[in-house]
Design a protein around this ligand. Structure first.
Ligand code: PEP
Ligand code: MN
Length: 263
């Protein structure tokens, strides 16, 4: 079902004004985690004004340490819904557990499956029976074949609205958080009709690398971007080092849109 051989034209995923794939380019941005109403609304309004198309934010966070902030859970989902109401931006948030599926599906416009759950086949099958589009992140050390097969799990259950997200893979390199595999973009797009977006924030872990890799992602043929943006990155509860502030995000949108026009 994922194969471009059976569907030569690119698939477009459309939620409100957000359009990704089939020639459309979408920019989704927001904080790593929803922290408070003030933080999220500031981010959402800044992103909207800067020209972003969608709002991201985690309410259930997959943290390396069980003692780190785990997310505001349902309260976070409610804040995302409030931010959508205020800005009109469609919302994307991560689903981590089967037990939270109904709750997340109720509030979000797009369900994110994180890198750590890319091969959680029960979870993939369950979102495959959902009515909402799914953004499927590439696993921490997943091959392209494994990533596409994970998308196949979702589609096999009937949900054909899948967006693939390259977010860097683990290599021997430690200078960056992950190694952003941009060669995956044209390669995967030759194999599948599904849209492919790039997350240069988790892909690099470094704020300074986000703009150059976002631009490179556009040139590589990506259908969109997922960018971590925080109104005050220095005080972010998670992933502050890779988060852009609103003015930097606005500059990114400007240069990215130019590149999209020219390609
Ligand atoms: C995220 O997008 O907040 C996230 C946790 O990403 P990943 O699953 O790619 O690590
Ligand atoms: Mn993050």
């Amino acid at each position: 079902l994922v194969s471009r051989e059976i569907k030569p034209e690119g698939t477009t995923i459309e939620v409100g004004k957000l359009k990704i794939g089939g020639g459309s380019f979408g920019i989704v941005a927001g904080p790593c985690a929803v922290e408070s109403e003030e933080q999220l609304l500031q981010a959402a309004e800044g992103i909207k004004a800067a020209g972003g198309d969608g709002l991201r934010g985690g309410a259930f966070k997959p943290r390396t340490s069980p003692y780190s902030f785990q997310g505001l859970e349902e309260e976070g989902l409610k804040l995302l819904a409030k931010a959508r109401e205020k800005t009109g931006l469609p919302v994307i948030t991560e689903l981590m557990n089967l037990t939270e599926l109904d709750l997340v599906e109720e509030y979000t416009d797009i369900i994110q499956i994180g890198a750590r759950n890319m091969q959680n086949f029960g979870l993939l099958r369950a979102v495959g029976r959902c009515s909402k589009p799914v953004l499927l992140k590439r696993g921490l050390a997943a091959t392209i074949e494994e990533w596409l097969m994970a998308a196949e799990y979702i589609m096999a259950e009937g949900n054909h609205q899948v967006i693939l997200c390259e977010r860097g893979i683990r290599t021997f390199e430690t200078a960056t958080r992950n190694t952003l595999d941009l060669s995956a973009v044209p390669l995967v797009k030759s194999l599948t009709h599904l849209p492919v977006v790039v997350d240069p924030s988790h892909g690099t872990g470094k704020r300074k690398l986000v703009l150059p890799m976002a631009k490179a992602a556009v040139v590589s043929g990506a259908d969109g971007l997922l960018i971590e943006v925080h109104p005050d990155p220095a005080h972010a509860w998670s992933d502050g080092e890779q988060s852009l502030d609103i003015p930097d995000f606005q500059r990114l949108v400007g240069s990215v849109r130019q590149l999209v026009k020219w390609r």
